[in-house]
Design a protein around this ligand. Structure first.
Ligand SMILES: Nc1ncnc2c1ncn2[C@@H]1O[C@H](COP(=O)(O)OP(=O)(O)OP(=O)(O)O)[C@@H](O)[C@H]1O
Ligand SMILES: [Mg+2]
Length: 398
């Protein structure tokens, strides 16, 4: 008598050997029989109204699954792309490896309100999905995945921004408090030289905080207005000359340190005067901060090749910027050399502000730099007869 699980070796014809295993008991539940699984799969695929749904879900760009009896009864191409081609007929808990989603999908009594479940690590590691389950007829469940990666990336940028801003504000505040405590000490407070030195540091730190707060306010104002096209007609020459005079009269720069070139006939642009002055100032401030001492800063204004945009370029002869940093310079608080920028008073908001202002004007910012030679940052702004027409205010500064 053969025993359950006993194996027989049978010779068929000349030399061919077949191996049989006698299975008289039903298979253990932990080892499902592939044939019965296939039967179950086929049953699910052809049961009910799954096929008629297939035509509907196929063109949808979000991944969609239809689930019956906790198995994937249908999947659109978008779902197969994200979860794999093998998911059809698979246990949904294996197809979507997520405990909360699996629990709701496999539970026949679960109530599906369409509330989203956040999935992380499906597709690629940094993708974020929202999974929604909708109950259809005949016990069929429709599972919809929506790619929310860009929403979560924006959310992260916002939280990083708050964390960075708080950190940048806390540092000068901590310094001010530290020096105040020292000055409270009667010995240090009565020494004139110490007092003067500490007070100067406290003023500098307070200035730093003030600049940071003003920059943060600028950024939020520009963001709030980003869909409002500026309507004032501006001659960039006036703005550049004002900025040059400021650096010469109030910042002790020599005439030869700021070299300016304009075309004879400068086209007007639609702009926000205060914001464009901020662009010129932020770029000049960088050129002086990061340029080599004693070398000139050049300001050049010229129309582009097609005369549709006016290009304002500010160049320095500094250390330059390595190419890998250039795409990140317009991120808020990004500094190439954090320590160095900080020691010369930089918080990493200047170029973010320039980029936002350029975009609000329908233009763009470009950075060209060569390590060891210097940097040119340009802003391209549409000239009046090429700009998207804003409401005319009639103000002209030319
Ligand atoms: N002309 C330049 N030459 C070399 N590096 C530059 C130049 N302009 C900007 N950078 C680099 O880009 C970083 C970002 O510049 P950005 O103007 O945004 O910030 P910042 O100058 O550090 O601070 P802030 O302008 O807010 O006072 C700087 O920290 C610096 O590392
Ligand atoms: Mg700067």
């Amino acid at each position: 008598m053969s025993q359950p699980g006993q194996q027989f070796i049978v010779y068929i014809g000349t030399g061919a050997i077949a191996l049989f295993t006698v299975l008289r008991d039903p298979p253990a539940p932990t080892l499902p029989d592939p044939a019965s699984l296939e039967r179950q799969r086929q049953q699910i695929l052809h049961q009910g109204r799954t096929e008629s749904y297939q035509d509907i879900i196929n063109p949808i760009t979000d991944p969609i699954l239809l689930v019956r009896n906790a198995r994937v009864a249908a999947a659109n191409p978008a779902a197969a792309k994200v979860l794999g081609d093998h998911i059809l007929g698979e246990d949904v808990r294996i197809a979507i490896r997520h405990p909360a989603a699996a629990d709701r999908l496999a539970n026949p009594d679960a109530k599906h309100t369409g509330a989203p479940i956040l999935l992380v690590g499906v597709g690629s590691a940094d993708q974020r999905w929202e999974l929604r389950i909708h109950a259809l007829q005949d016990g069929l469940k429709l599972v919809q995945l929506s790619d929310r990666s860009s929403h979560y990336a924006a959310e992260k940028m916002r939280t990083d921004f708050v964390a960075n801003a708080s950190h940048e504000l806390r540092t000068p505040l901590a310094a001010i408090k530290g020096f105040l405590e020292t000055l409270e000490d009667p010995k240090a407070g009565k020494d004139d030289a110490t007092r003067t030195r500490f007070l100067k540091i406290m003023y500098d730190e307070a200035d730093r905080m003030q600049r940071l707060i003003e920059d943060l306010m600028s950024l939020s104002r520009i963001e709030a207005e980003k869909f409002e096209l500026p309507s004032e007609k501006i001659n960039l020459r006036d703005l550049v000359e004002e900025a040059r005079d400021f650096y010469i009269n109030s910042r002790g720069k020599k005439e030869k340190e700021i070299q300016v070139a304009f075309p004879a006939d400068i086209p007007l642009i639609y702009g926000d005067r205060a914001q464009l002055a901020q662009v010129v100032n932020n770029l000049l401030s960088n050129a002086f901060k990061y340029g080599k001492k004693g070398t000139p800063v050049r300001i050049n204004v010229a129309p582009n090749r097609t005369a549709t945009m006016l290009k304002l370029s500010i160049s320095d002869e500094g250390d330059g910027i390595a190419p890998e940093h250039i795409p990140r310079l317009s991120e808020r608080f990004y500094r190439v050399d954090k320590g160095r920028s900080k020691s010369i008073g930089g918080t990493g908001l200047g170029l973010a502000i320039v980029k936002h202002i350029s975009e609000r004007h329908g233009g763009r910012m470009e950075i060209a730099s060569e390590v060891g030679k210097g940097t040119t940052v340009s802003v391209l702004l549409p000239v009046v007869n090429n700009a998207p027409s804003p409401r005319e205010s009639g103000n002209t500064t030319s």
